[in-house]
Design a protein around this ligand. Structure first.
Ligand code: DP6
Length: 361
């Protein structure tokens, strides 16, 4: 079992002066939700997500050795300076410095862009932090070429977690578990791991159509939202429920029991929002159109027997989940009945993908 100390390097064997990497890292959608955390980005309960394929952040990291020892970087978004993203990256560098001490020896230029629209209400923190963590690990691998592939990915996920919890599930694997769970021996609070068992064929290329109900800024940031679980009257039973739902989902992902899958996934989404509605202060992040979509999905599922279901993030957008074989009928249903509830009729078609990749070095 790895501990935090395993991620503190002793020395670097190869000096490197300058260079550049480009990484692409996807977003992910949680089926069992992470909501509540302890110090140092340790989750209050284990979570499980599908990795997405098309919603990605692509980040180029250029680095040049410097004389002085401090954190130094320029940040570009779509090629242009973006000052308001800098504090988050500064904080990330401060948090990871203990584990990647080389970062104060370089000046970095970070140029980042997303494949999804900027104001879509889709958080870019998971894909963005995963892309940056993969870039840092690519540099660490140059400094320490003897590192194993397993260590590379574990530490990339470990670093990404320090940027944003859910980012640690955007590194490697189609289905990723983060947070210690008794029935998944490889699982860890420190990093995400690929779901260790074979998955039923029905979940291959599972579809996620993201309906953009509200493209505005989030009403409550997830960092603030997690804090609301501290002292929440239902916190302990919610955390226990997440363990239980993960146990059930583990079986369902292997046996392909789609009705059980739907029940777990929709209940998790509604529980996440129930936690927000019952915290102090309380929030309702769903919009009337979110509920209209949920009701339409339930009606369509009842009428057609097609196993389409939904999940939600900490916002109003709806992720519509369904098997690839039902794609034509579900997209027709979305076009005919759901698009009217989306802001500017916008939605994004995505599918399960396999994680972050180094595009160029
Ligand atoms: C509702 O990972 O965005 O999407 O660790 O504070 O950056 P921080 O939070 P974040 O929280 C994600 C919450 C969620 C559920 C999930 O993705 O599991």
């Amino acid at each position: 079992m790895r501990s935090t100390a395993d991620f503190i390097p002793e020395n670097y064997s190869h000096p490197i002066e300058t260079g550049q990497f480009q990484v692409s890292a996807p977003s992910n959608i949680a089926l069992v939700k992470y909501w509540g955390k302890k110090d140092h980005q340790i989750p209050a309960n284990p979570s499980l997500s599908f990795t997405l394929k098309h919603c990605k952040t692509i980040t180029t990291l250029s680095f040049a050795k410097k004389e002085t020892e401090e954190i130094s970087f320029d940040l570009l978004f779509e090629g242009l300076p973006k000052e308001d993203f800098k504090p988050k990256i500064q904080k990330f560098f401060e948090r990871v410095h203990k584990y990647s001490p080389f970062i104060t020896s370089y000046h970095f230029t970070i140029d980042t862009r997303n494949t999804f629209p900027h104001s879509s209400g889709i958080a870019s923190s998971a894909s963005g932090m995963a892309a940056l963590a993969m870039n840092l690990m690519s540099l660490e691998k140059l400094l320490n070429p003897e590192m194993t592939e397993a260590y590379f990915y574990q530490k990339a996920s470990f670093l990404a977690r320090l940027g944003s919890g859910s980012a640690c599930r955007s590194i490697k694997g189609n289905v990723v578990v983060w947070g210690k769970h008794d029935e998944i021996p490889e699982s860890s609070d420190l990093f995400g791991v690929a779901f260790p068992s074979e998955i039923h064929a029905i979940f291959n290329n599972y579809q996620d159509t993201i309906l953009l109900v509200d493209k505005g800024e989030k009403q409550v940031s997830s960092t603030l939202g997690h804090d609301l679980m501290t002292g929440h009257p239902f916190a302990e039973s919610r955390f226990a429920q997440a363990h239980d739902n993960l146990s059930k989902l583990k079986i369902v992902l292997q046996n392909g029991d789609i009705n059980a899958f739907i029940a777990i996934v929709e209940s998790e989404a509604l529980t996440l929002h129930a936690m927000m509605m019952t915290s102090l202060p309380y929030f309702i992040l769903m919009k009337p159109n979110t509920l209209a979509i949920i009701n339409a999905i339930w009606k369509f599922r009842g009428d057609s027997n097609i196993p389409v279901c939904f999940t939600l993030d900490a916002g109003a957008n709806v992720h519509v989940l369904y098997p690839e074989k039902d794609k034509i009928q579900v997209l027709e249903f979305i076009q005919n009945q759901l698009v009217a509830f989306c802001e500017n009729q916008q939605y994004i078609c995505d599918t399960v993908g396999s994680g972050a990749v180094l595009i160029d070095s």
